[in-house]
Design a protein around this ligand. Structure first.
Ligand code: CA
Length: 390
């Protein structure tokens, strides 16, 4: 059996009045780049690539450069194919769009391989440590009109309480858009709303230099924050290390990093306690296996980053299933040495409606898909509803 067809789909959903903000950007829409790879005997694999930028360049990389290289190739060699495609684009695509395109294709290849062998991807990756994963809510963004006053703190606290009421025992909030004192007040408001027993994570989306992050970190230490995500820009390895050395809070990062080579530098630089490769960004499963091995050798817990559609969420769940407790204990504790799954709670019909399967929170956990390949069924009607032309 050989790969016979590669198709890209750009999906786009305007958010209108539900537009929200992080420290870096407004989100007036949700979008996803999906790829569908079909074999000569009709097996279909899906993948998603790129999470942070426009989908059109990723689609162009696939359509114009990479797809012609894989049509007529055997479907059952995803790792070999990855190496060959990376070698082809190394001189101009070591990070960014090309690796996102490669990620989408690699995920689709593993989906096909699993379906052909009658196995879920987590089995092909070597065996699951768990069949359900504690989920954390990613929410508490900034509204489009920012206001550091008490009205917005009340709304923030109400949102945090709602996440706890709906079953989450861990919550991640955004910081970094406002001055340190105002963001400290936001963190305090959320901690007071959720009480002492709910784990609180904060994400700055690299809003600070090292000195600013350390100053913010002193505030966070008052409110029992369980990790400080992307305190500084991804290129600032020594800044990461300075923040990590100065604070008692674990430092997380890696969603904007690519391939084994980027993560090698992150680990050798002693930048993070928790690595967050995004499967749709870092190179897909073939590359993630190497990143996970490097993380393990550095005693770094891997907790893949999740954003995007239901395809991205399913993709991450298979990888999360095979992360060993790091370090091992007989009673692994979420965040401390056991992975948790990021469950974005911002509006996104591509996450909620795209798949026939529904990812429902049960006892605060999401189940790892057990069907063949990714174990998902993409709803063609929803694809057609949100599809736009490149
Ligand atoms: Ca993040």
């Amino acid at each position: 059996m050989r790969i016979s067809k590669v198709e890209t789909f750009i999906l786009r959903v305007p958010l209108g009045s539900k537009t929200f903000r992080s420290s870096q950007a407004r989100f007036p829409e949700r979008n996803s780049l999906l790829v569908r790879v079909t074999t000569s005997d009709g097996i279909v694999g899906w993948g998603e690539g790129g999470q942070y930028g426009p989908p059109e360049p990723v689609a162009a990389c696939i359509d114009r450069v990479l797809a012609p290289l894989i049509v007529d190739r055997p479907f059952s060699e995803p790792v070999r194919l990855w190496e060959q495609l990376y070698t082809h684009s190394r001189d101009f695509g070591q990070k960014g769009t090309y690796i996102e395109a490669l990620s989408a294709l690699d995920i689709a290849h593993w989906d096909i391989w699993g379906k052909a062998l009658g196995q879920p991807i987590h089995a092909l990756l070597g065996g699951a440590f768990r069949d359900r994963i504690q989920a954390y809510a990613t929410g508490c963004y900034y509204p489009e009109e920012i206001d550091a006053g008490s009205a917005s703190l009340d709304a923030l606290a109400a949102e945090a309480e709602e996440h706890v009421r709906s079953g989450f025992s861990t919550l991640k909030m955004k910081i970094g858009l406002l001055p340190v004192a105002a963001d400290g007040a936001r963190v305090a408001a959320v901690r007071k709303a959720i009480g002492p027993d709910v784990a609180l994570l904060v994400d700055a989306n690299h809003a600070y230099n090292a000195a600013g992050a350390i100053r913010m970190g002193r505030e966070l230490e008052r409110w029992q924050v369980s990790w400080f995500e992307e305190p500084v820009v991804p290129e600032d390895r020594s800044g990461y290390r300075r923040v990590r050395d100065a604070l008692s809070i674990p430092v997380a990062g890696g969603e904007c990093e690519f391939t084994r080579y980027g993560f090698r530098d992150l680990f050798e630089g002693e930048c993070v306690d928790i690595a967050q490769p995004d499967l749709c960004v870092c190179g897909g499963y073939s590359e993630w296996l190497k990143i996970q091995a490097l993380a393990s050798a550095h005693s770094v817990l891997t907790i893949p980053h999740v954003w995007g559609s239901g395809v991205a969420l399913a993709t991450a769940l298979h990888a999360l299933a095979v992360v060993p407790p790091t370090p091992h204990t007989d009673n692994p504790v979420p965040i401390q040495n056991e992975p948790v799954v990021e469950y974005d709670r911002q509006p996104n019909p591509l996450r909620d409606d795209l798949l026939v399967e529904i990812f429902a929170l049960e006892d605060g956990c999401l189940a790892v898909p057990s069907g063949h390949g990714l174990g998902i069924t993409v709803n063609d009607e929803v694809v057609n509803r949100y599809r736009t032309e490149a």
